[in-house]
Every structure is written in structure tokens, then in C-alpha cells.
Design a binder for this molecule. Sequence first.
Ligand SMILES: C[S@@+](CC[C@H](N)C(=O)[O-])C[C@H]1O[C@@H](n2cnc3c(N)ncnc32)[C@H](O)[C@@H]1O
Length: 227
Amino acid sequence: MAVDLMSTYITLPNVRRRKIPEEFKDNDNRFSESLVEYFLEKYTKKGDIVLDIFAGLGTTLFVAEEMERIPFGVEYSEARYIYIRENLQNKDNIIYGDSLKLLEYNVPKCDFCIASPIYMNKSETENPYTAYTTKGTYKQYLEDTRKIYSNVKKKMKHNSKIVVEVSNLKKDDSVTTLAWDIGKEISKIFHFEGEIVVNWTSNSSENKDGFYGYGYDHSYCLVFSNK
Ligand SMILES: C[S@@+](CC[C@H](N)C(=O)[O-])C[C@H]1O[C@@H](n2cnc3c(N)ncnc32)[C@H](O)[C@@H]1O
């Protein structure tokens, strides 16, 4: 049987080129542009529609435009949404909303999806998907993640790829196996093709947790396909 021999270990600079407003600097959980470039190069072509359901500060959308793809995104935080909208060429393609309600929004069938969910530690008791304004459990969070990706499935073209960037979380003596747990949930929706380990490099020696954060110097890109 033919196997897609993708690289399973890549090294990228953990550098964010785009300058962001002061108000966002304390919680800068953006992708490195290099990560988005790597996957858009690999899985898309000019004119393709690229979706990020956790748009954050818009890295996927901005890089998609730079590479002449058409971006669509959903972002829960109004301030982040406004920032993206102000800086995006396709202004109506960023949606202020909740990816649990993705099917209510005007998003076309997409060629590719790349996103990194907001993370949750297993000991937390607030729901990250409501910006911590409601109570929540890790179990509920994983169920919501699965629901979000079952929405995504209805917005993806046949045979398209879905990349989820995620890390395990090491805190004190305990590890939340977030990458494994999310991988298992999303595998209920999409065909799991395998993981790519991203070895992050940095020029900075300031980050005591390692170059990625959460106790690690690498993260995973879980690659799924919509078969
Ligand atoms: C890890 S950040 C994504 C960063 C993004 N990859 C970037 O490069 O800027 C996760 C984002 O998901 C957003 N978010 C959280 N819950 C959400 C929800 N229910 N629907 C849509 N976005 C959500 C958060 O506000 C946050 O901006």
C-alpha cells in the first residue's frame, strides 16, 4: 500500500515577524509565520481557500494572503478580531464568533485547515472556549474540540488536509497529554495521517521553559485528511 512519506521531524525558527500592538504582547501565542508557510507550501496552491478556526492574531490569514491563498478565520476575542480585520485585505473573511457555531457562519468549502486550539491543562476548571468566563472540565474541553472539528468536517473539501498544531503541557510534576488527547478526539472525525514533530529554534536564551513553552522545546503538527 502506498504511504505518503512526509517528513516527520522538521526544524523551524520560533520567530514571529509581524509586529503586534502592545496590548497583545503579554499573551502572544501566535504561530511562527514559518510554520504556516511550510504547510501552505506543502498542501496548497495559489487561489486555495485556507481556514483557521482559532484565528488568534491572524498569522494563518496574513500568511495565506501573502502567498496568494484566500483566508477564512473565526476568532472569539473581539479585540483580536478587530486587529485582524483592520490588517486583512479580505476583511469580511475574518468572523467574530465561536467555532462551536461554525456552521452558522458564511464560510465556503475549504481546501486546507490549519489551527492551534487554545490549550487546557487537565487541572483547570474554567472553559478556554468561552475565554474562561464559564466553568469547565478537561473532559468537556476535549468533547468541545471534537464538536468543533465535526463542524470543520462539513466545511472541508473531499481529500483536503487538516493540520492541528498542539503540545503536551508540562507543569510542576505533572504532564497533561494534550497532544495525545486532542489527536484521539479529532481522529474520531478525520483520518489521522500522522504527526510531525516541530523542533523549534530560537536566538533567545530568555525562555526558561524551552523555546516553545509549556515545558517543551517542540510541538506537534497532527496531520489529518478528509477521506
Ligand atoms: C493559540 S491561539 C491561536 C493563535 C493563532 N494560531 C495565531 O497565530 O495567531 C487560540 C485562539 O483561539 C481563540 N478561541 C478560543 N476559543 C474559541 C472559540 N470557541 N472559537 C473561536 N476561537 C476561539 C482564542 O481567543 C485565541 O485567540
